[in-house]
Design a binder for this molecule. Structure first.
Ligand code: AMP
Ligand code: ZN
Length: 465
């Protein structure tokens, strides 16, 4: 199965392929800034990237190299350490540990390498040295180093940002030290009033200080994946300036194509605006677990919208996800118990799921195809090919069904409730809506809700308040 994905630079849907003769697929995903808990918007991006990782593992078995960084030094991390009056490393360790725990709960595969910015200072300084030697960077009066965007004709190609917009968008914070307002910091000279004890020896001729944010990804990619990678991803907010700047740094330093494929997923919204740490309008995974929802329900809900469209988060979507997971867990159990004769290589009812995933990562269509297949198949009578395909689908989506609480067996509905449900269905069919409503109330009083479909109904135990 080919994996086709939208490519942000060309704006075309293109097939993912490794470029090097070793057949290794080189994948980099920008990681979190570890100064606060990651919110579920961040996890939308990481879960989407985890599905990409899983599809790559299936497509290029044993040949995927996935790197994701941890930004553990920048204005925000240093600011948090100063607010709490604690060492920077203590703050970033705490939030890194929570991030790892959340990733594990959401069943995200760990990257093969997870470098930190503070662990890659030498590589960043080396890269800045090369950029200064080549005339792409200059030292400013205070000993900081800036990238000169006029030295790179390709600047702006990814975000298609026009010069005028660039001037408005870019921070004017340190405009005094720059030749051009669009230039961005590769190295920031130490300022005792802002930086506390956070500083390193700088590139040649520069002051002591710390790296700018963008250079860390360029330097880590070069170290862990090489000069050209096959896929580079992140949320849409990273398109400009972060990824634009990464391209400029890496291509000027290495003189070759940086990323062959760029992919950006859209944001998770809450009440119609982007969920963000700075706005404070966010949920964390722990907030949802405290409300009684499972991490898998969140994973499912995050995959229920198209990754390239904004998704508005609601708690209702978690209810729907919990019941979908229960249905999948029941199917999974049935399939494990059954399975007919071997039908190697036969096409299966689950092919549509992979077609949707391979077609620009259309996760809502994939979930739709999954339920169509599950509803059309008696799990105990499923063929071995269907069983294998179902398991591959569940792996690709990263749904850990063993954690679904109602996976033991189909909850048995009391006979009396079944009887009421039958009566209500008949009443509804004969358009006696008053009787149908009365029966629905009786069913609810017995602790069940009746979900009506086109051709039948389902009974579900009501959640305990
Ligand atoms: P940060 O920790 O701020 O560096 O962000 C980590 C990742 O989460 C980046 O890829 C961001 O693009 C992404 N991100 C930030 N906010 C959201 C959001 N509301 N929805 C989806 N992804 C987001
Ligand atoms: Zn990055």
């Amino acid at each position: 199965m080919a994996i086709k994905l939208f490519e942000s630079l060309s704006r075309e849907v293109r097939e993912l392929r490794p470029s090097e003769p070793d057949g290794v697929f080189r994948f980099y995903n920008c990681g979190p800034t570890v100064y606060a808990p990651a919110h579920i918007g961040n996890f939308r991006t990481f879960v989407i990237n985890d599905v990409i990782r899983r599809l790559l593992e299936l497509e290029f078995p044993g040949k995927v190299r996935h790197v994701r960084n941890l930004t553990d030094v920048d204005d925000r991390t240093i600011g948090q350490a100063r607010t709490e009056k604690r060492p920077l490393a203590e703050i970033t360790r705490k939030w890194t540990e929570l991030f790892h725990a959340d990733c594990a709960a959401l069943n995200c595969l760990p990257p093969h390498v997870e470098p930190t910015a503070t662990g890659s200072i030498k590589e960043q300084v080396d890269m800045i040295d090369v950029l200064m030697r080549k005339g792409n960077a200059y030292r400013s009066a205070d000993g900081s180093v800036y990238f000169k965007i006029s030295s790179f004709p390709g600047y702006g190609a990814l975000s298609r940002i026009r010069e005028r917009e660039l001037k408005v968008t870019n921070s004017v914070f340190d405009a005094d030290h720059k030749d051009d307002i669009g230039d961005f910091a590769l190295w920031k000279a130490y300022k005792s009033e802002d930086d506390g004890d956070v500083k390193w020896a700088g590139p040649s001729g520069a002051a002591e200080g710390r790296p700018g944010w963008h250079i860390e990804c360029s330097a880590m990619i070069k170290k862990h994946l090489g000069e050209t990678i096959d896929l580079h991803t992140g949320g849409v907010d990273l398109l400009f300036p972060h990824h634009e700047n990464e391209i400029a740094q890496s291509q000027c330093c290495n003189g070759t194509t940086f990323a062959r494929h760029w992919y950006h997923s859209e944001h998770l919204l809450v009440d119609g605006t982007t969920m963000s740490k700075s706005k404070g309008n966010y949920y964390t995974l722990s907030d949802l677990v405290a409300k009684g929802y499972s991490p898998m329900a969140l994973r499912y809900a995050l995959l229920s919208g198209h990754p390239r469209k904004q998704l508005n988060f609601t708690l209702d979507s978690l209810h729907a996800a919990e019941s979908a997971l229960k249905a999948l867990a029941r199917f999974s159990e049935g399939v494990a118990a059954g399975a007919k004769a071997l039908e190697e290589g036969a096409s299966t009812v689950f092919d549509g799921v992979f077609r949707a995933l391979g077609d620009d990562l259309n996760t809502p269509a994939a979930l739709g195809a999954l339920f169509t297949a599950v509803n059309a198949t008696d799990p105990r009578g499923a063929t071995l090919a269907d069983k294998a395909a179902f398991n591959r689908v569940i792996y690709a989506l990263g749904l850990d069904l063993s954690t679904t609480s109602a996976n033991a067996s189909k909850p048995s509905v009391p006979e009396a409730v079944e009887h009421l449900a039958k009566l209500r269905w008949e009443a509804k069919k004969s358009k006696d809506f008053a009787a149908a409503d009365r029966l629905r109330a009786e069913i609810a009083a017995s602790g069940y809700s009746m979900l009506d479909g086109k051709d039948g109904y389902k009974l579900e135990a009501l959640r305990k308040a």
